[in-house]
Each structure stands twice: as structure tokens, then as C-alpha cells.
Design a protein around this ligand. Structure first.
Ligand SMILES: *Cc1c(COP(=O)(O)O)cnc(C)c1O
Length: 380
């Protein structure tokens, strides 16, 4: 069959259920088609109830939430901010929006997230960063006990980039609720979506109120337009929040399906020594947003061969995030590796990894197709 004629198998695309439309219709029927309204308020309350974060501000994107989070933590020009290197660029860009200096921290091999050892070394050189941005990559929680202990000892606030990990827990507590500020994303490819959107969360109500104020052009309380701060147009629309409310009703179901995908890959590749699945964290419970594999060093099969073979059958896959310290735009910033020398852990994962189709609409037949193609490459 021709490539174009085959049904596309996706990495992670939106899955709608119908409940979304009910809330969106309500927004239209009541004429609440604006960056405020009952869906926005209710979506915030519902996220707060689900995660136990305390308070939540619904914003136009996860990136906007990271940006406002940094501002709320007082990040300014010239400040140093530590950030996970193995992540999407949106974890890092807002640091530069504020003309602050990102310092990139390597991953550890156990969870692929921020290495506490590398973090310690970064503190030796930079004792007073303004904030630490910790990412829970692909929905696997980072080593939060170790990371929080180090940051508390140095009295530096943590901003948790939980864009990929909504619903994942660590020690029974939701990711995004450990730091002074947490961030979720509802971009189209995330575990639930509002088409595009994000949420800033915190246990500190004043902080979240400030986020809402800054996200709506920073108006002071007055009849006329009065401003004493620079504002942003970052609020979530009431229509998008309606999609989010419908999606949130199905978050647990999405997580269940994502976990099943991961387990199926793991079992299917268990007898191939050259393949490992992305690590989970025994102290936590991942949401398994994306299932990823790494290929053992020295294998004749490369990640490109896997991606090419899948692509030839109209199946979407993609490389692991290319670490920020290897990106042209961030290459000049300082980087702290997990190991004292040699290839960094994050670069090694990037070199050997592939994100596999993790779409919850994929059928058993789709999964068999993907698994068959990958297995075929490793047949001697
Ligand atoms: C998706 C993502 C973001 C950005 O979220 P948007 O809602 O797309 O702005 C930030 N960090 C990570 C790790 C992400 O995966």
C-alpha cells in the first residue's frame, strides 16, 4: 500500500470525548466567549481539587505559565536560573525573556530527570541562583526528595515544569505541587488538552492572584485603566477552559491507557536485550505521557533506522528532546554534567532514544504494527 493511503498512527494527538462540547456550548449559549468566565474559574477549581495544589491560574500556554512563574519568583535581568537540560525549549526560553541566565543541569540515568549530583555541583559555582526549574520528563517524576532537600538547604525556590506530567505522583503527591510554583500544559499533544493552554499553580494564594493580575494586562483596582506593573495578555479563554473541563473528566482514563501502552511496549521488547524502555521512578507513579525506547550502545540499529522504518508506514515517532546545552541558541550557557567527564547523560539518551507512538486512540492492531516493525529491525 502507498504511504499516503495508510492510516496515520500518531505519537500523541488530542482525544475528545463529547463532554468538552457540552462546556463549550454552554460558553456560547451564555455568551461567555472571552478570556474570563465560569469555565475558566471552574477549570481552575477543578485542577486545584484534582492535584491538591492549592490555587491555580488558567493561562494561554504552559510557556506563559513558566514565564509568569519566573516573574513571581523575582527572576530579573542578570539572575542565574538552574534548569534541566533534557527538555523542550519552552522550559528555558522564558528565563531568557527576562534577560536572566540559564545554567543547564544534566539528567541522571535513573529517571532521565535533573541530576541531584549535577545540581550540587552547580550550587558550588553559583551559590545563589534565583530559581531552579525542574522538569518531569515524559511524565516520569524527578527525584524530588533529593532535589527539594538541596534547594531548601540553599534557600532557592523551585519552579516545577510539570507540563508533561499532569496526574503523575511522587510519594503519593502530585507533580507540580512540590515547588513554590508548578506549571501544567494543555497543548494539543499533552495528556489532556485545551487545544492550547496552561496552568500556573501554587499553595500560595497571593502568588496565584498576582499571576491572574499579570496575565490580564496588570490592571490596578480602579475604574479607569491604571497600571503600576508591566502586564501580559496570557489569560485562558472561557471556550478553551470548557474543553479543559471536559478533558479533565477523562484524565484518569487517559493515564490508564498511556500506562497500558507503555506496559505493552515493555513486554513486547522484553526479550530484545538491545532495547530498554524509558525509566520510571519507583518512588512515584508516572503518567506515561510518552513511551520511549533507548537502543544499547554498539547495536547495529540506530534511532534513525527505527524512525525511518516507522515513517515509511505512515507512523509518527520522534527523537528524544535534544538537550538545551547542545542547542545553538543555548550552547554558550554553563552546563553541569552528571558524570565528571565523558558524554553527558542527557546527550547519551538523546543519541540512543526514540519516542514511540503513544496515542491513546491507537488500536491493538496499531500497536502490533508498530511493535512488529521495531522488532523486525532487531532480528538477526
Ligand atoms: C509542552 C511543554 C512546555 C510548553 O507548554 P505549552 O503549553 O506548549 O506552552 C513546557 N515544558 C515542557 C517540558 C513541555 O513539554
Amino acid at each position: 500500500m502507498e504511504k499516503s493511503a495508510k492510516k496515520r498512527i500518531y505519537l500523541s494527538s488530542p482525544t475528545m470525548h463529547g463532554d468538552e462540547q457540552r462546556f463549550v456550548a454552554e460558553a456560547f449559549d451564555t455568551n461567555w466567549v472571552a478570556p474570563l468566565g465560569p469555565n475558566v474559574n471552574n477549570f481552575e477549581t477543578e485542577i486545584a481539587a484534582y492535584t491538591g495544589c492549592g490555587y491555580a491560574a488558567a493561562l494561554s500556554a504552559g510557556t506563559a505559565a513558566i514565564h509568569l512563574g519566573l516573574k513571581l519568583l523575582g527572576v530579573e535581568q542578570g539572575d542565574v536560573v538552574f534548569v534541566s537540560s533534557l527538555t523542550f525549549s519552552a522550559s528555558c526560553n522564558p528565563i531568557v525573556y527576562e534577560k536572566a541566565t540559564p545554567v543547564l543541569i544534566d539528567s541522571e540515568p535513573d529517571t532521565w530527570n535533573m541530576s541531584p549530583e549535577a545540581l550540587e555541583r552547580a550550587f558550588e559555582k553559583y551559590p545563589a541562583p534565583k530559581a531552579v526549574v525542574v522538569v518531569h520528563l515524559y511524565g516520569t517524576p524527578a527525584k524530588m526528595d533529593e532535589i527539594m532537600r538541596i534547594c531548601e538547604r540553599h534557600n532557592v525556590p523551585v519552579l516545577e515544569d510539570a507540563a508533561e506530567s499532569l496526574g503523575a505522583t511522587y510519594g503519593g503527591k502530585q507533580t507540580g505541587t512540590f515547588g513554590r510554583v508548578g506549571v501544567y500544559s494543555f497543548n494539543g499533544n499533552k495528556i489532556i488538552t485545551t487545544s492550547g493552554g496552561g496552568m500556573l499553580v501554587s499553595a500560595d494564594e497571593a502568588l496565584v492572584k498576582e499571576a491572574r493580575m499579570l496575565s490580564t494586562q496588570a490592571r490596578d483596582p480602579a475604574r479607569h485603566y491604571q497600571h503600576s506593573k508591566i502586564g501580559y495578555n496570557y489569560r485562558m479563554s472561557n471556550v478553551d477552559a470548557g474543553i479543559g473541563r471536559g478533558q479533565l473528566m477523562h484524565l484518569d482514563e487517559h493515564i490508564r491507557l498511556k500506562k497500558a501502552i507503555y506496559q505493552q511496549y515493555r513486554q513486547a521488547f522484553a526479550d530484545i536485550e538491545e532495547i530498554s524502555m524509558n525509566p520510571l521512578n519507583a518512588a512515584g507513579d508516572a503518567n506515561n505521557w510518552l513511551s520511549c525506547m533507548t537502543i544499547r550502545e554498539g547495536s547495529s540499529v540506530t534511532p534513525d533506522m527505527v524512525m525511518d522504518a516507522l515513517d515509511a508506514q505512515n507512523i509518527e515517532s520522534r527523537p528524544i528532546w535534544k538537550p538545551m546545552h547542545l542547542q545553538p541558541v543555548f550552547a554558550s550557557y554553563d552546563f553541569f554534567g552528571h558524570n565528571e567527564s565523558g558524554v553527558s547523560v542527557s546527550e547519551d539518551i538523546f543519541n540512543r532514544g526514540v519516542c514511540l507512538p503513544s496515542d491513546i486512540k491507537n488500536t491493538a492492531e496499531d500497536m502490533d504494527t508498530v511493535i512488529g516493525i521495531v522488532r523486525g529491525l532487531f532480528r538477526k
